[in-house]
Ligand binder design. Structure first.
Ligand code: GAL
Length: 836
């Protein structure tokens, strides 16, 4: 080829590539499927929320999602994070959602953008900025012009940013689906006619953007056309959209559940998630999205409430730190592969069903060329043996068998052939003293300046809702009575009927935390249990005869994010605030609610950024013996970067409640002294059969709700790093340490049926095999035992030869590998425990 020809071809190729990258593609749908550029699709999607991880984590998370068989990543857009003050925007660092979308695009995946901008999501105030609440004349999430104007402004901003970067499919970008509002149908009736008017307005506004891809409204059974109404829940197989021409979409398949302070750890089994997905596709589904695929972390003050924890792990297929949550990730990956292999028949075939009674049914998708079948057994306890198209099949209770060719079993949701990974934590050996102890300096939070009002603050003759006073810029709000002005102070003479040495202070709070100070002296704290919306603080107080000063510090732990009018739920101290005394039969009450209260938002250390590396004011931190169990105390330590690449966690055992910063980044609220309920973990083996709900399969009873806090590696510097803790209740930092999380052992418990078992210690070699048996082994990972039936060949040495010293090994689970054995019709399995 001549040089000029070569150049010409190269130029053509570049243009071709450019065209490929930027050419628009058409996303359409009908009652059957979503069609992308003419191809009918079965789509598997997963939620990964960009602010719940860091940009450093995004490529790895998205890559693992792709490897797990996902076509698409879903994210909400987080209004209150992007517009913290009206018309002041933040799209930096982990709020750079454009970069996140481009990372999805770089991996060749589609994106689903759920703009909301109300999002729920266990996110503070459901994603709505609290300043909205404080706008005159506003009512949130209803036909109110002030709200609609703000919502339109933000939504337009987001759509414009996306359009400018050409990220919609109609522009050649990855976004094939968008969402407006979120589950409004669940609460719409509380808003009366205005609710319906609002949802119509939402639909019109969304349409007016002309983004060229379909819009969905989840849980909106009356979604105005052309909005597609979609389903959220643990199961959505029996859902049908309100328009027969809409495809059946499952926007939230909850892979586990979220956690509140005081809750146990939720788990939803791999078998049950797979069962729900398989049934959805058995019953005509076209797109399903795992909520969450990676839950991540509620950094800073982003956790919703009240009382949502910092961890948002969700028992998702990728754990909080980004590790594969095995067997869930792998079991679903296999399911995706099987479903994808049937895409043609599922989206084009004629559908017929056979009912075998007792919740057992077969569904056949047949085209002229081929057919695919599902055998579903939704009975929660009875296995079924059925004769289907001349063959006999045993379908275990609560499972779906997929026959990609209507003959051979390609997958059964109850037969998990993926390893269970047991994760372990390792001490940070980079630190001189093995990471066991850090050397601390400390400084107190000085409260006196605030209490005695050295500065001027806002005041009112009433108790103000915390949101109204703070715009939610802080968890902390002081309510302080006047001291210097006689007329407004709590002035109680000895001849006052209430005067007594036995007086109590009684404060009606809104179900979160209150600390009380009388005349500058700490008198006590009260924290309400999760789920209580009213709480009463009552303590005996010693007042001085004459003038006194009462200072109450109210603390919120995440604002409500769900429910009709959740935005109106009171926060702070609604009152009354009273002095109460019992004299004989008589209760004497002095109501202080209408006294002059002065308000001060936040704490001084937060205002002065004690956590910020640039304003640490080293000389103000005391290096000598640090106090323990002292409330309102700041602690600071330096630490070395933990070696390796494994995710890092901060162990805050011993601490009370507060915030932790690593190199100035707020890794979230901590509260290890909040112990998860004692009861409800009594079931040793969690039964996947039967409908899942969040009270099933719980662990961590009686332990700290959250002891470990994720410190993304991208926050860590090679040399020295700084940890700052703000302790509110009092704690002991001596035990605080950094650890890394890695896989400790890999267990397999795979059924024979043309299956291979893959064992992997991720990037590390398998060091030994602790247990192996082929036949009818018993027990679960960590406590396997041989059963009554076992193969002739020594499974242990076969596994040792195949696996020890390797990062990954693959074993065929069959009699060919392990020798013939007759277990009297009981399905044979291989159980292995490999040590990493
Ligand atoms: C749904 C909501 C999600 C999330 C989920 C529970 O109702 O749409 O945002 O809150 O519940 O995790």
């Amino acid at each position: 080829m001549a040089a000029s020809q070569k150049i010409f071809s190269a130029i053509c190729f570049c243009f071709f590539l450019l065209a490929l990258c930027t050419s628009a593609y058409e996303v359409s749908h009908d009652g059957r499927a979503i069609t992308i550029d003419g191809a009918r699709r079965v789509l598997i999607s997963g939620s990964i929320h960009y602010p719940r991880s860091t940009p450093g984590m995004w490529p790895d998370l998205i890559k693992k999602a792709k490897e797990g068989g996902l076509d698409m990543i879903e994210t909400y857009v987080f209004w209150n994070a992007h517009e913290p003050s009206r018309r002041e925007y933040d799209f930096s660092d982990n709020l750079d959602f454009i970069r996140f979308l481009k990372t999805i695009q770089d991996e060749g995946l589609y994106a689903f953008l759920r703009i909301g901008p109300y999002i729920c999501g266990e996110w503070n105030y459901g994603g709505l900025p609290v300043w909205l609440h404080n706008m005159p004349g506003i009512e949130l999430r209803t036909a109110n012009s002030v709200f609609m104007n703000e919502m339109q402004n933000f939504t337009t901003k987001i759509v414009d940013l996306v359009k400018n970067e050409k990220l919609f499919a109609s522009q050649g970008g990855p976004i094939i689906l968008a969402q407006i509002e979120n589950e409004y149908g669940n609460i719409m009736t509380s808003y009366g006619d205005a609710g319906k008017a609002y949802i119509d307005w939402c639909a019109n506004m969304a349409e007016s953007f002309q983004i060229g891809v379909p819009w969905v409204m989840c849980q909106q059974s009356d979604a105005p056309q052309p909005m597609i109404n979609t389903c959220n829940g643990f199961y959505c197989d029996s859902f049908t959209p309100n328009n027969p021409n809409s495809p059946k979409i499952w926007t939230e398949n909850w892979t586990g559940w979220f956690k509140s302070w005081g809750d146990k750890d939720p788990h939803r089994t791999a078998e049950d998630v797979a069962f729900a997905v398989a049934r959805f596709f058995q019953n005509g589904g076209t797109l399903q999205n795992y909520y969450m695929y990676h839950g991540g972390t509620n950094f800073g003050r982003t956790a919703g409430g009240p009382y949502i924890t910092t961890s948002y792990d969700y028992d998702a297929p990728l754990d909080e730190y980004g590790n594969l949550n095995q067997p869930k990730w792998g079991h679903l990956k296999q399911l995706h592969a099987v479903l994808k292999s049937m895409e043609m028949t599922l989206t084009r075939g004629n559908v017929s069903t056979i009912d075998f009674n007792n919740s057992v049914s077969a569904t056949i998708y047949a085209t002229n060329e081929s057919s695919s079948c599902f055998l579903g057994n939704a009975n929660s306890s009875t296995d079924a043996t059925i004769n289907f198209q001349g063959n006999q099949y045993m379908v275990p209770a609560w499972s779906v068998t997929i026959l990609p060719d209507c003959k051979n079993e390609g997958y059964n949701t109850a037969k998990v052939n993926t390893q269970t990974s047991v994760m372990v934590k390792t001490a940070n050996i980079a630190d001189k003293n093995d990471g066991a102890t850090l050397s601390w300096s400390w400084r107190p939070e000085i409260l006196k300046d605030t209490i005695f009002q050295r500065k001027r603050y806002v005041s009112a003759h009433q108790l103000i809702d915390q949101k109204a006073a703070t715009n939610d810029t802080s968890d902390y709000l002081w309510y302080i009575t006047s001291f210097f002005f006689l007329i407004n102070s709590v002035d109680i003479k000895e001849d006052d009927p209430i005067w007594s040495h036995d007086m109590s202070l009684k404060v009606n709070g809104s179900g979160q935390i209150i600390h009380a100070y009388i005349n500058g002296k700490y008198t006590g704290s009260e924290w309400a249990k999760y789920g209580v919306s009213n709480s009463v603080f009552e303590q005996k107080v010693q007042l001085n005869p004459g003038r006194n000063q009462i200072a109450l510090l109210s603390v919120t732990v995440g604002l409500a994010n769900y429910g009709p009018m959740f935005d109106m739920i009171q926060t702070g101290i609604p009152g009354p605030v009273q002095l109460v005394v019992q004299k004989g039969d008589e209760t004497i009450i002095k109501d202080l609610s209408a006294y002059k209260w002065t308000y001060k938002v936040g704490l001084n250390g937060l205002e002065d950024k004690f956590y910020d590396l640039d304003s640490l004011q080293v000389w103000k931190w005391q290096a000598q013996q640090f106090p323990i169990n002292r409330n309102f105390t700041w602690y600071k330590a330096t630490f070395k970067a933990p070696l390796g690449t494994d995710p890092i966690v901060l162990d805050l055992q011993g601490m009370g409640k507060g915030f932790a910063w690593v190199n100035g980044f707020n890794i979230g609220r901590y509260w290890p002294t909040y112990i998860a309920n004692e009861d409800g973990c009594d079931v040793e083996v969690c039964d996947y059969r039967g409908s899942y709900d969040s009270s099933k399969c719980l662990t961590n009873c009686g332990q700290a709700t959250q002891r470990w806090y994720h410190v993304p590696r991208s926050l860590i510097k090679d040399d020295e790093n700084t940890l700052v803790l703000f302790e509110e209740f009092g704690g002991n930092p001596s035990l605080v340490n950094f650890q890394t999380i890695t896989i400790g052992s890999a267990c397999g418990n795979a059924f024979e049926s043309n299956n291979t078992l893959e064992l992997s210690c991720n990037q590390r070699p398998i060091s030994s095999i602790k247990f192996a048996s082929f036949g009818t082994p018993q027990g679960t990972c960590g406590s396997f035992q041989k059963g009554s039936c076992e193969s002739t060949n020594d499974a242990l040495s076969i596994l040792q030869n195949a696996c020890v010293g390797k990062n990954t090994c693959t074993i065929e689970v069959s009699e060919e590998t392990f020798g013939a054995v007759d277990c009297g019709g009981v399905p044979k399995r291989l159980a292995v425990e490999a040590v990493c």
